[in-house]
Ligand binder design. Structure first.
Ligand code: FAD
Length: 532
């Protein structure tokens, strides 16, 4: 049986950072296992074409829940990256860290070493910001963070219109203040996507001590007593691990793997015939995600990006891109947005993602007209879901309950977000471009129950599942991981991806997940310790 010092399961945002850092130590042998394929699909690397990657579906997996009354009978659909680079190869490239108070909240709940002051150095070390250089931003890291190369006229109009409703302009959502509207900074470099694979793996894979397996799916972690001893693949192949197995399979797959390996709620595992290695009831609980509703307006003129990906227009954009790495194809499409405090919480509680076209939902038909979509999304959901097993067979999909909109607080907050988005659509800078409001139906804002129903009918993920293997202090029954991301109750096993977040951060999750992996790599390598 092949043996390695470290086995990293999942080559996504966190797995690429982890594997690359471990490979910096020449004496160690590392195996990185990714179930998706290599990132050879060229549409991955051109920023604006990530929609094609999502539509084609080969490099993503969609997790589908049961039809839920909280979504007016619809199932939650949550696509995730399934390719080297994971989410960072298919995402919208927004570089957002959340609020300092998110991390301070983790520390205040007893999670020592995770306040904003504690995590800021890792964010800075990873970052190579092309514009900002100050106490919040780094300029020497591998992760390129750029300003937009292209700004769509509808994005500019949104930014002006939002200011007309009283929201301030903010040139840096990751600086001292998050509130306000503007263009997002993006993880791109010279007009190309700068995924975790590009930023970290390309260089690391030249090291002979790192082996990368793709299109290979781990079925479970193997144990010798309570120590992780390796992994077993779905085809039965086994790899031995002398040091640590590190799960970076994402917030849906990491808790599934733990349970398949006998770590989870003992009663539930026994009922499925799985031998229990350690009773850890929090595994797969605490699922959280950001959801958005939508406000869409049809434009008077044909100015949106509708149909720009077909025919002569598509050829023109591709030629410009190939010749000069400029133009529409360098756009991350979700170019602008911002953060607003809509319930006088003292901090933003709603984020806007704005697209210069009318977006169909994941479960709706395309809209055949030009327009703009404003997506308000809540930042700190109160609803919780879970990821459990249907069966002991690793080929069976997880029993996935997104818990979406289960807590009415989340619905009411989204209603506020929709109202604010309507106000922005009707502010002068946008109003003069809009022929009619497409969604929600004009007049619905006068019907509070109608608005709640609209939110339940349209809410969709913004692809940020987290929390299912949460870090937490000693004595916290739901804590799966300690503050150095070790799985409680066993040895030689960590989870270092988005599932480790105790609560979702108030923003997009790619950079925070990479920060978690960066810190975890330091704990694994003995370069930093939080526990004396
Ligand atoms: C469509 C989309 C748009 C998004 N937009 C943004 C954005 O603009 N900005 C932002 O900050 N965040 C965004 N996100 C979220 C962000 O990308 C994720 O939070 C982040 O990538 C999560 O990283 P991770 O390492 O936890 O998991 P992933 O990056 O999902 O990595 C997990 C990897 O593990 C692999 N894997 C799973 N199970 C197994 C197994 N059994 N064996 C082997 N390999 C396995 C998967 O194939 C995957 O590659 C978006 C996500 C998506 C999907």
């Amino acid at each position: 049986m092949e043996a390695y010092d470290y086995i990293v399961v999942g080559g996504g945002s966190s797995g690429c950072v982890m594997a690359a850092r471990l490979a910096e130590d020449p004496g160690t042998r590392i195996l990185l296992i990714e179930s998706g394929r290599r990132d050879t699909n060229r549409w991955i690397h051109i920023p604006a074409t990530f929609f094609k990657v999502l539509q084609a579906g080969r490099d993503v997996i969609a997790y589908i829940g049961e039809p839920s009354p909280d979504l007016n009978g619809r199932p939650a659909i949550v696509p995730q990256g399934h390719v080297i680079g994971g989410g960072s190869s298919v995402n919208a490239m927004l570089y957002v860290r959340g609020q300092a108070q998110d991390y301070d909240g983790w520390a205040q709940s007893g999670l020592r070493g995770w306040s904003y002051q504690d995590v800021l150095p890792a964010f800075r070390d990873l970052e190579c910001n092309m514009v900002h250089s100050d106490e919040f931003h780094g300029t020497d890291g591998e992760l390129n963070v750029s300003e937009k190369r292209y700004g769509h006229p509808l994005s500019w109009a949104f930014i002006r219109a939002a200011q007309e409703t009283g929201l301030p302009y903010n040139p840096d959502f990751n600086g001292r203040v998050q509130e306000g509207v503007g263009f997002y900074q993006v993880t791109t470099k010279e007009g190309r996507r700068w995924s975790a694979a590009q930023a970290f793996l390309r260089k690391a894979e030249k090291n002979p001590n790192l082996r990368i397996l793709t299109e290979s799916r781990v079925a479970r972690v193997s144990f010798e007593g309570k120590r992780a001893a390796g992994v077993v693949m779905e085809d039965g192949t086994a790899f031995k691990c002398m040091g640590e197995v590190i799960l970076c399979a994402g917030a849906i797959e990491s808790p599934r793997l733990l349970q398949l390996s006998g770590v989870g709620n003992a009663a539930e595992l026994s009922a499925l015939g799985i031998e229990v290695v350690h009773d850890l009831p929090g595994v797969g609980e605490n699922y959280q995600d950001h959801l958005e509703s939508t406000v869409q307006g049809e434009t008077i003129e044909p100015i949106s990006i509708y149909k720009q990906d077909v025919g002569i227009a598509a050829v023109r954009h591709m030629l410009q891109y190939m010749a000069s790495r400029t133009g529409l194809l360098t756009s991350n499409v979700v170019e602008c947005g911002g953060f607003a405090d809509l319930s006088d919480a003292g901090l933003p509680d709603i984020q806007f993602h704005v697209l210069p076209f009318m977006v169909p939902g994941l479960d709706r038909d395309p809209i055949e007209a030009h327009g703009i979509a404003i997506g308000p999304c809540f930042l700190r959901p109160r609803s919780r879901g879970s990821v459990k097993l249907r069966a002991a067979d690793p080929k069976e999909p997880a029993l996935f309950d997104a818990g979406a909109l289960r807590d009415p607080y989340d619905v009411d907050l989204l209603v506020r977000g929709v109202r604010k988005s309507i106000e922005i659509l009707e502010a002068p800078s946008l109003a003069k471009l809009i022929k009619r409001r497409h969604l929600p139906e004009p007049g619905l804002e006068n019907d509070e129950d109608g608005m709640r129903s609209y939110v339940r009918q349209t809410a969709k993920t913004v692809f940020h599942p987290a929390g299912t293997c949460a870090m937490g202090p000693d004595g916290d029954r739901r804590a799966v991981l300690d503050n150095e991301l070790r799985v409680r109750g066993v040895k030689g096993l960590r989870v270092c991806d988005a599932s480790a977040m105790p609560t979702l951060i108030s923003g997009n999750t790619n950079a925070p997940t990479m920060m978690i992996a960066e810190r975890a790599s330091r704990f694994v390598r003995g370069k930093e310790s939080l526990n004396g």
